[in-house]
Design a protein around this ligand. Structure first.
Ligand code: NAD
Ligand code: DAU
Length: 331
């Protein structure tokens, strides 16, 4: 099977490519990635002999048409992915997340190629802190940020292309991922690399916002379950019952590093900051027989800390610039 992975030099995409090469010896993988600040070709070094990396944008219609025409399956991870960046400049989010997804959809329509669209639970907006409610595939879309609204728009494009043109597509909406190769602008790797540098973690606002953490390997095994066994046109929610507030994540990291439990700082909150995300993934479990392997969050975090300790050359070049951007916003 010839698999085209967009955004395969980013965090989740690179882990997907590693997992695919490891577990699917028959897969021929091509990555299409623009290598923005968030993409890193060295993330594919361990599988370089099995993967072709094409540097280019998903908004480049002739390039996309050629690569899609040579594929049996497209797995679409490429996106501008960081909420804070979308608040500073929404423009690349509209280009990549909306125009890029449109460009891919037109190509898979022309060539009749199977398409899986990777999306986020943030399309549903947020939940109150103090209810047992969780997102399901029937929750109405209500995105808060330029990032999540462009992801919501891209999901709706996929649904329309399925219904209007018979495109063979599935969609997954996953909660917050953690694990190796995550850009250090994101919450967990930012705090891990701060702690490696002896710097105190930074919590937005009171730190009570809740995210539903899932290990990236579990996200990607769910994506393969949907590709293998999912129903065309369906949306599947991916989550591993990992609800934790940001303060508790920081406290766990401080404990792993042997630091005091109150060794952190509160900083300026994110404008429009979503309160809580929580996924009901029961359909994925019951219909597709999927289950997560990383069920102990502390253990998964400790392994992730180990990865960042051992792979400083991978993240160090981005650290100073990333922190300078945060400092400019008082974060
Ligand atoms: P990331 O920012 O780490 O990686 C994105 C990748 O896309 C990078 O390699 C970047 O170079 C590439 N890219 C950006 N613009 C491109 C363009 N125009 N053409 C080609 N490539 C381009 O993101 P991530 O965290 O790995 O997220 C991957 C996908 O998963 C995104 O669609 C995101 O919305 C979704 N998602 C992420 C999470 C999470 O917790 N990180 C959770 C649910 C869903
Ligand atoms: O829910 C899925 C989404 O998870 C994905 O769609 C996004 O691509 C991904 O970036 C992530 O979005 P969040 O905005 O939830 O992730 P982030 O890592 O930016 O922040 C996680 C939480 O931590 C959030 O409540 C903000 C907070 N935070 C973040 C940073 C960077 C802090 O308290 N301090 C920080 O320094």
């Amino acid at each position: 099977m010839r698999v085209l992975v967009t955004g395969g030099a980013g965090f989740i995409g690179a882990n997907f490519v590693h997992q695919t090469v490891r577990e699917r010896p028959d897969a021929q993988v091509t990555v299409l990635d623009a290598l923005t600040y968030a993409g890193d070709r060295t993330s594919l070094d361990p599988v370089a002999d099995r993967v072709e990396l094409v540097e280019g944008s998903i908004t480049d219609a002739p390039l996309v048409d050629r690569l899609v025409g040579e594929a049996d399956l497209v797995v679409h991870f490429a996106a501008e992915s960081h909420n804070d960046n979308s608040l500073n400049d929404p423009s690349p989010f509209v280009q990549t997340n909306l125009i890029g997804t449109f460009t891919l959809l037109e190509a898979v329509r022309r060539h009749g190629v199977r398409f899986h669209h990777i999306s986020t639970d943030e399309v549903y907006g947020d939940l109150p802190l103090d209810t047992p409610d969780r997102f399901t595939a029937d929750t109405p879309y209500n995105p808060s940020s330029p990032y999540s609204s462009t992801k919501a728009g891209s999901d709706l494009l996929v649904r329309a292309w399925v219904r209007s043109f018979g495109v063979q597509a599935t969609i997954s909406n996953c909660s917050n991922n953690y694990g190796p190769y995550q850009h250090i602008e994101k919450f967990i790797p930012r705090q891990v690399t701060n702690l490696i540098d002896g710097v105190r973690p930074r919590l937005y606002g009171a730190g009570l916002n809740v995210r539903d953490w899932i290990h990236v390997e579990d996200h990607n095994s769910a994506v393969w379950a949907i590709i293998d066994k999912g129903t065309i046109g369906e949306t599947y929610l991916i989550g591993a019952d990992g609800e934790t507030n940001n303060l508790d994540v920081v406290r766990t990291l401080l404990e792993i590093f042997g630091r005091d439990a109150d060794d952190y700082d509160h900083v300026t909150d994110r404008p429009g900051h979503d309160l809580r995300y929580a996924i009901d993934a029961s359909r994925l479990r019951s219909e597709l027989g999927w289950a997560p392997r990383y069920t102990d969050f502390r253990e998964g975090l400790a392994a992730t800390v180990g990865w960042y300790r051992e792979n400083e050359p991978w993240w160090r070049p981005a650290k100073a610039l990333t922190e300078a951007k945060y400092a400019a916003s008082g974060q």
